[in-house]
Design a protein around this ligand. Structure first.
Ligand code: SAH
Length: 510
């Protein structure tokens, strides 16, 4: 068929793309329709045509799918954050599990991977402990904060994202008031002028501790009357800073008990310097204006300190379930040497250290390793050692030079997956088990294919919904070394040492 731009088409949506767009066909031609839900029959207008597929804009839902629900958020369609708000949560979970299954099949070549039912959230709202709001001006010149619209850098004004903490709205209001009072300008991407780029807000859900970090295009001196900002923010949520540090791990409040919902308190206020013309939100320098420079939070009975630049999982409730699964898959008895690659602030490392002989963590961001070391001390855990550096450099170096081996290796890489050198080193080290935690099932499938070849069996795949209402999904898998594998470098090293002993004894005998 020869469709033209703005033609109206009628389609039944029979599938959903990885990024949550509805997929349907007319005469064998595939259409992607954003905001259409699987099972809908819709009217859409043609936007763009390629050879074998096209994009169309949803105009009218003619026959709604049984999986269609009314989004709770007023800007759900414009905002780029929640691609699945119009899809029932049950269907979202099915979609996510299928996405991982398909990638494992198509990219990884695993025909029937051993899947366990997805771990969904009890309440897929207000679960995010971190939000980054860009600042700008609306058409009337007023300062606004909000979110970027999908695939653009236009700011949709919105102070109260329903995935984030309730405190965010009040904090943003306070920052805007301060900016208006002291004539502080928001950043303008087009002209690279103006000061305030983003506000990063984090909350320790189990401690109530709040962090505000303003990302600015300038030096801290450009932030005039910053003491007033501190005054205003601390007045909003007063309290003593670093409260949780005074607690021992045993005193962790029972977070399931609503009476123990912690009182929010402003714990850390800082400024991050980012003068670059870039999409990257944070620069590398942080100047602390108030508090200890970090907030603390608990996952299970381990306390973590979190700095503005450190990675920390955004959904602490589901993270606990993820880490418990990691611990289960690592199958530790107390005698194992474990590597935790891409360890961030040592979250998984410290979880594993409770049951391992020794844990080595590797992470590229120095501040995160500072946090990791502090976290180990904070929890009285001393069987961990952290390295700053790239996993693909530190692991081979430690293995080859210092002969540190591994019974279990846990990896939790960013979206691009593991570097090939890292995978090759894992194969050389031949640990009994590999636990792979992944936020991108396509690169997961690629890496699993590489690892599984001759050496490992894919024993378990578990998906965990950490990002309700968005199309992202976390997976965790367990690989077990095949017994018949010929070359086992760890036993090979041992064998070589045995032989050296043998020759030494022989020499001594002579
Ligand atoms: N396991 C941690 C963090 C996972 S996110 C947790 O659950 O909290 C991935 C981490 O990998 C980030 O902290 C990122 O800074 C780090 N990272 C990215 N590339 C890396 C590399 N090549 N080597 C080591 N760490 C890397």
């Amino acid at each position: 068929m020869n469709w033209k731009k703005n033609d109206t088409i009628q389609i039944e949506i029979t599938d959903m793309s990885d990024t949550g767009e509805g997929i349907g066909k007319t005469d064998g031609f595939t259409w992607f329709v954003k905001d259409a839900v699987i099972g809908d029959v819709v009217e859409a207008s043609v936007m763009k045509m390629k050879k074998s597929y096209g994009f169309a804009r949803l105009q009218k839902v003619l026959n709604p799918s049984s999986a269609r629900v009314t989004p709770l958020c007023a800007v759900a369609r414009q905002c780029g954050g929640c691609q699945l708000q119009a899809v029932s949560y049950e269907e979202q979970l099915r979609f996510k599990e299928n996405k991982v299954r398909n990638n494992l099949r198509r990219i990884g070549g695993f025909e029937n991977p051993p899947f366990y039912p997805i771990i969904g959230m009890e309440h897929p709202w207000r679960y995010r402990n971190k939000a980054q709001f860009p600042f700008g001006k609306n058409r009337d010149g007023q300062i606004i904060a909000g979110f970027y619209a999908a695939r653009t850098h236009a700011i949709i004004e919105h102070d109260d994202c329903l995935l984030g903490a309730e405190e965010n709205a009040k904090i943003l209001e306070c920052i805007k008031t301060y900016m208006n009072q002291y004539h502080i300008t928001p950043y303008d991407e087009m002209t690279h002028t103006g000061l305030i780029r983003h506000a990063l807000i984090r909350k320790g859900f189990s401690t109530g501790e709040l962090m505000v970090c303003l990302v600015i295009n300038g030096s801290v001196n450009d932030l005039k009357n910053s003491n007033k900002l501190v005054e205003m923010l601390t007045a909003l949520y007063p309290g003593t800073t670093g409260r949780m540090e005074q607690y021992g791990a045993e005193e962790t409040p029972d977070r399931c008990d609503p009476r123990n919902k912690p009182v929010p308190e402003m714990t850390s206020i800082s400024v991050n310097i980012n003068r670059e013309q870039t999409n990257v939100i944070m620069g590398s320098d942080v100047v602390h204006l108030y508090g200890p420079g970090y907030i603390t939070d608990y996952i299970g009975n381990i306390c973590y300190r979190i700095s503005p630049l450190s990675f920390y999982q955004v959904n602490p409730v589901q993270t606990e379930r993820l880490y418990e699964t990691a611990l289960e898959y690592a199958d530790l008895t107390g005698t194992e040497t474990v590597w935790d690659l891409y360890c961030g602030i040592g979250t998984i490392s410290l979880f594993l250290a409770q049951k391992a002989k020794k844990v080595y963590g590797v992470e590229i961001i120095p501040q995160a390793i500072e946090d990791a070391r502090a976290n180990a001390a904070l929890n009285g855990i001393d069987n961990v050692k952290f390295f700053v550096g790239k996993a693909e450099e530190v692991l081979p170096e430690q293995y080859e030079k210092n002969h540190i081996y591994a019974d279990v290796i846990v990896v939790d890489p960013p979206r691009k997956g593991c570097d090939k050198v890292c995978l090759d080193t894992i194969l050389k080290m031949a640990p009994q088990r590999v636990v792979y935690v992944s936020c991108d099932s396509a690169t997961l499938a690629r890496d699993l294919k590489y690892l599984c070849g001759e050496a490992y069996t894919l024993e378990k795949v578990q998906t965990v919904d950490m990002f309700g209402n968005s199309c992202h999904v976390e997976s965790i898998v367990k690989l077990v070394r095949k017994n018949n594998r010929k070359c086992k470098p760890d036993s090979y090293v041992k064998l070589r040492l045995d032989m050296e002993d043998y020759y030494r004894i022989k020499d001594e005998e002579k």
